[in-house]
Design a protein around this ligand. Structure first.
Ligand code: IFM
Length: 782
């Protein structure tokens, strides 16, 4: 990482961009964004700048501008612009001489600071400092402080303009049918932007402490409103701008002015203090301390966790996590399997309540998923590949150009990427496993599982030759391979889904007949049991070939390899391969966009022999371009899990810097949410080797040699446990008294964890033991 520098000070960990850089403008706006689970505000300069892509995104603020367009997360009115005039000279980042410019993000608090020194006409200098945060204490609050100081001791006239700009669009498309503005008491500006279903309301007040402006003018322009605050004959002035943002129905509009006023009275510093206290609670629970890591790596780990916090819709199950969080227009704010497979594990172990809300979102979407299944001629529920605010499919139909025809390629994922339906079930099962929350299962979990199982069985076909159940014409996780039969990931996940559905159905029928009957009414499960049994006996699960490779699908191994894969792996532009080959050509080569079979190995860490995992990681990675940000973290986790430290560290490093790398062409349209979750999975499931399944907590660490110690907390079965793992030992300590012990397996021995364990680690023998224990457990399929 060269473009971004790191600085550590007490309680702060800064990522710094130390020069004005139009080339990195979009990227820095996204990765330095202020996000609090309700809003995400891109870190644009307060001055207008040529390359800017200013934006504010609110969880749940979806709209469909035109019938033939997809529903998308609306780019909401902007509050971050500040115009500045000093002695009638207008300042600009692109036209005024800038002596220095620094933009920095504190990854612990999420505060952004931007500082400039300008040289004005006649050689005078002016310093401008802008600070911002989206409050974690009051999620509708966005705070900014804007300070201007004239150097040289000579006073001047300073005019600061700022307000609410509703002219913002989603790449040219305005979602607002109307934007109405007003000013309350010559103090508070208001903008109401009407969407189809609701409206986005922004209120803003600027205060300037003791240095009152000599004049304040409010100007109403088409869809924008701003105030100009004039300070005459001053050396320094500081404005605190409080913005309250909400959508109709979330807050009492009449009370919103009072909300703004109360916040203004408190001021930036006090509100920041309250925000930091809230963030501290998050870090106390989520923080991972690793001794021996470089400061860059430490910052990157914290960076990913700050964004996981900021991207996750707080306090609601109406919405879920977008693939780009709340930091950009990329993927239109849609929700993918990224949530359940990459981000869900973090919340499962850090805040299971939040994990439950993420599943709640899918439950609410069940009817949409039922409709999709019906539309495609299947039974049960077929979850959308891309979801917005409902369970309906939102994947756009066309994307990138076909280089031969010059026309847009059809996007098949929404039609053929079935695996998301099993990924959701996998998350439900993990949730039940780790929390034991049977109430959730009874109210929602079983229904999701049964409906998904019905879907899988209805889309499988019996192969005439082999007599086995096969799943044809799908796209697996690797999106460079379309329309294939028996994608290994998909088939195994489908089998897993039907397997647990059957297990629960049989159990409930026997032990909870009333519940079973109610579920039967909704899902028709009783009529499925025999079919499910036949499916489980006959489903084709690709096995390792004589080289130990699990075929990604029926034809993958017979295709030629892509020559010159390095060209595309090292290209600055993602998916550069599409500039040289058409989709059809790519589909007919052994080239992966992202991990596929290896993802399966991560989800079922005890399913395959260590040797099989090793061979498949090696084989498939050679053929992977890593054009998806979901890729490196997957290879890293698998490598760490089997103790291939060298490979794990190499892939982990790439995963850590998916957004923080020096490539200005990535992340401009938003951070890569899944990769951030993937970093956590790799740390906890991979390097720390902690995994809870079937009532047993296994701890099989594979720390890199340079790391001396890893410390973190995880919630398992309602108990928050502090782990401290080093090369010498494993310490586990619970925060509260345990009602019953947890079965632990570590260092080749079994323990009963009753609140405290201190296990010493012997280096020799450990690897051997790990290997011995890795017998494949295909029995869960039987
Ligand atoms: O879900 C992913 C997919 O696996 C690869 N393309 C991007 C999507 C969103 O991150």
């Amino acid at each position: 990482m060269k473009h971004y520098k790191i600085e550590k000070e007490k309680g702060r960990l800064w990522l710094i961009e130390d020069a004005y850089s139009p080339l990195f403008e979009e990227k820095t706006e996204a990765i330095f964004a202020q996000c609090n689970g309700y809003m995400g505000v891109r870190a644009a300069h307060p001055f207008l700048s040529i390359e800017e892509k200013r934006g504010m995104f609110l969880r749940g603020a979806f709209d469909k501008a035109y019938d033939d367009e997809a529903t998308e997360l609306v780019n909401c009115p902007d509050v971050t612009w500040f115009g500045l005039e000093i002695n009638e000279e207008k300042l600009h980042t692109d036209s005024t001489k800038m002596l220095s410019c620094e933009r920095r993000l504190d990854v612990l608090s999420g505060e952004l600071q931007i500082r400039y020194v300008f040289e004005l006409a006649l050689g005078r200098k002016a310093e401008v400092e802008c600070r911002r945060f989206a409050s974690a204490d009051d999620r509708h609050l966005f705070l900014q402080s804007y300070r201007v100081r004239l150097n040289g001791g000579e006073p001047g006239d300073i005019r600061i303009s700022t307000g609410i700009n509703g002219q913002i669009t989603n790449s040219g498309v305005s979602h607002f049918h109307s934007v109405s503005e007003r000013v309350y008491d010559r103090e508070i500006m208001e903008s109401i932007g009407k969407l189809k279903k609701n409206a986005v309301v922004v209120l803003t007040q600027c205060t300037s402490g003791d240095s009152k402006p000599s004049k304040t003018d409010f100007v109403l322009k088409r869809r924008s409103i701003y105030g100009t605050y004039c300070f005459d004959g001053v050396i320094e002035v500081e404005i605190c701008k409080v913005s309250v943002v909400f959508q109709t129905g979330e807050m009492d509009g009449d009370k919103a002015c009072g909300h703004v006023r109360r916040a203004s009275e408190k001021g930036y510093d006090r509100l920041f203090h309250e925000h930091v206290s809230a963030m501290r609670k998050f870090w106390e629970q989520a923080g991972i301390r690793i001794r021996g890591m470089s400061v860059e790596q430490e910052a990157a780990v914290c960076f990913s966790q700050y964004h996981i916090f900021g991207m996750t819709p707080y306090d609601t199950e109406e919405f879920s996590i977008a693939a780009k969080g709340l930091t950009g227009e990329g993927y239109k704010g849609h929700v993918f399997w990224d949530t359940e497979i990459f981000l869900f594990p973090f919340w499962l172990h850090v805040c299971p309540e939040q994990a439950k809300r993420l599943l709640g979102f899918r439950y609410i979407g069940l009817d949409g998923a039922r409709k999709k299944a019906k539309d495609y001629g299947y039974k049960g529920a077929m979850f959308p590949w891309e979801a917005a605010g409902t369970g309906e499919e939102e994947t756009p139909l066309y994307a990138a150009l076909n280089i031969h025809t010059g026309k847009a390629n059809k996007v098949w994922s929404g039609i053929k990427e079935y695996h998301v339906t099993a990924d959701i079930v996998y998350a439900v099962e993990r949730y039940y496993e780790v929390t034991g929350n049977w109430k959730f299962m009874e109210k929602r979990g079983y229904e999701i599982i049964f409906e998904a199982a019905r879907f899988w069985v209805s889309c499988a076909e019996k192969d005439e030759k082999t007599g086995m159940y096969v799943i044809r014409d799908v796209i697996g996780p690797d999106e460079y391979t379309e329309h294939v039969d028996n994608n290994a990931y998909t088939n195994y996940m489908a089998a897993f889904c039907v397997k647990i559905a059957r297990k629960y159905a049989v159990l409930l029928k026997k032990e909870k007949p009333v519940l079973f009957e109610a579920l039967d009414k909704k899902t028709g499960v009783s009529g499925e049991l025999d079919t499910w049994e036949r499916f489980l006996k006959g489903i084709y699960l690709p096995q390792p070939d004589r080289n130990g490779i699990i075929p990604q699908d029926d034809t993958f191994l017979s295709k030629p390899m892509l020559k010159n894969i390095e060209k595309y792996r090292s290209a600055r532009m993602k998916q550069a391969i599409l500039l040289d080959y058409s989709r059809e050509e790519i589909v007919n080569m052994q080239v992966l966009k992202q991990a596929d079979v290896v993802m399966l190995m991560n989800l079922f860490p005890w399913l395959f022999m260590e040797e099989t995992v090793r061979k498949n990681v090696l084989f498939y990675e050679k053929r992977t371009v890593h054009d998806s940000s979901l890729s490196y973290c997957a290879y890293a986790q698998a490598s760490a899990h089997i103790g291939d430290r060298e490979a794990a560290e190499k892939f982990f490093e790439n995963a850590l810097f998916v957004d923080l790398n020096d490539n200005p062409l990535v992340s401009g349209d938003g951070i890569h949410a899944a990769s951030m979750g993937g970093v956590w999975n790799c740390l906890i499931y991979g390097f720390a080797g902690v995994w809870y399944e079937k009532g047993k907590l296994s701890v099989r660490p594979h720390l890199p040699d340079t790391w001396q110690e890893m410390e973190f907390k995880l919630i398992v079965r309602g108990i928050r446990i502090r782990f401290c793992i080093s090369h010498q030992g494993i310490i586990m300590e619970s925060e509260a008294k345990l009602e019953s012990s947890i079965h632990v397996e570590a260092e080749g021995k079994e323990y009963e964890f009753q609140g405290y364990l201190n296990i010493s680690r012997k280096r020799e023998g450990r690897e051997e033991w790990n290997k011995r224990q890795r017998e494949p457990s295909l029995t869960w399929m039987g």
